[in-house]
Design a protein around this ligand. Sequence first.
Ligand code: ADP
Length: 301
Amino acid sequence: MSTLAIEVTGLTKRYDNLTAVAGATFSVPRGAICGFVGPNGAGKTTTIRMLLGLIAPTSGSANVLGQSIADPEKYLAFVGALIEGPAFYPALTGAENLRVLATLGGFPTQRVEELITQVGLAGRGNDKYKTYSLGMKQRLGIAAALLPNPALLILDEPTNGLDPEGIQEVRDLLKKLASEGTTVFVSSHLLSEIEIISEHIVMLRKGEVVFAGPIEELLMNQKPTIIVRTENPNDLEKIATIATAEGHKVSIRGGEAHIEGPHDWAAILNKKAFEAGITLAQLTPTLPNLEETFFEMTGGK
Ligand code: ADP
């Protein structure tokens, strides 16, 4: 048995002139929670659709649970998926909705109660779907994806539109499922929603994979940064020019210059600013957090 739940090689999807996914290569080990992150339009849903055999790639290949995506019938029985909002009947209860889906899908209806409990809806399973909060609706969607008792769960933006409490509920549920042995591949346009629970990250930018691997590796790749504010905001550009001339990468955001460079360069910059007649209001050597690294790597927000 392959130790990889997902293995993607040079996967590409073109729509007319637009390349939605451009030669993506990454893998997801079995048993992991893997976050699939990138700004809106980066190509996450398109990749997921290819992994589920819903659309065919233009070129490249991928294996899911050791089987080629050219033969989805060989693995789909072991994969649970939630893409786009699931269609439930508003006037039926959560449990009734799951029973309908189980019957349609040929899955045992006996598991419905167990699944309701598993996703934290015990006590609410007999309430109508239309009375559920968004977080509860999303968890019922995950329960539906769990009907086949899948080895791999693929979720597209399961926290989209949820309030912080709902996001926390979904996070806790995914952590629990992973601890019970399910591989979870979960997409989000917000790294902050994923980094807390993921051991693995695949980062997508304009259809290209910009990072794939363990989150610790991403942290190790972080470059030390010096954050500068000037007393006169108009001097910020001058600081950027000085740093760029010395070979340092600079980005200006939120009234701050973020300058890549070793921490001891801060003293040199301070001296150069003084010589140029610029008064600094702040000079802070730091390591960017993951959110900033994500911003740098994906150009997203
Ligand atoms: P994400 O899920 O990361 O937000 P998508 O995979 O939905 O990104 O979209 C990637 C790009 O492909 C976008 O520019 C989108 O407009 C385009 N796209 C997606 N599906 C189609 C389609 N069926 N036809 C044409 N363009 C599409």
